[in-house]
Ligand binder design. Sequence first.
Ligand SMILES: [Mn+2]
Length: 289
Amino acid sequence: MKYGIYYAYWEQEWGGDVIPYIHRVKRLGFDILEVGCHNFIDVDDDYLRLVKQTAEEEGIMLTGGYGNDIHHNISSSDPAVVRASMEKFEGTFRKMYTAGIHKLGGSLYSYWPVDYSRPIDKPGDWKRAVRNMRELADIAKEYEITLGMEVLNRFEGYLLNTCAEAVDYVSEVDRENVKVMLDTFHMNIEEDSFGDAVRLAGKLLGHVHVGEANRRPPSAKGRIPWAEIGVALNDIHYDGTVVMEPFVRPGGTVGNEIRIWRDLSEGAANEQLDADAANAVRFLRGLWG
Ligand SMILES: [Mn+2]
């Protein structure tokens, strides 16, 4: 298993310079840094080549996170919105390739966060999301990119709320580089059993996000059943990427979009955030191997 952390743990805005975090996560004991690819399309190629080179020098793998806005949505009934999304994805894939990033996860099949003041057409959106994801997967393949279909809780998404739905969706899409992606924060709301959900994903599981129910870093003090999940991952012989996605600080676009309305870090300085992250990766490695 390879373990990582999402850079936004330390940030209040999406984007920004990720190079310092490559050095930082290496020092803290991680194998992976996950970066936000939301505005990669506007990022200079020379900078992305430097990102790739820095990661290679440190021996850090990079993975990507992504959330489409409402104007970029492959499940939309508006062909212009679908086209805009496909074009932005392709531009992003090209930039990811330059940066040496070969895995992208998120609600790539829809948009985020969902605007529930609009009517929801789940069957229609599902059909379009299957058809258009096949096309998107074939484009991603040219850039050697695997796409993780992240299962989200009902308050943030409506197409894939459970692992069972993601397995159905990924099976229908039927592309080797389209995988199920689970996140313990969302699973805690929607799944009957963490272990059964992981076993149901089986060979289709391509990426895992981990975090406590309140999005603190994983720890023995939390109440996500880490041992049970570890047994299930072992049952399916999962040997892939596991990335923690803690959000503990309010403020900025990140705090607003993640809905952090109190300081879960309890005023922690960056040094304490570092120590908590290092403890979390030590904890998971000890438990899961
Ligand atoms: Mn996640």
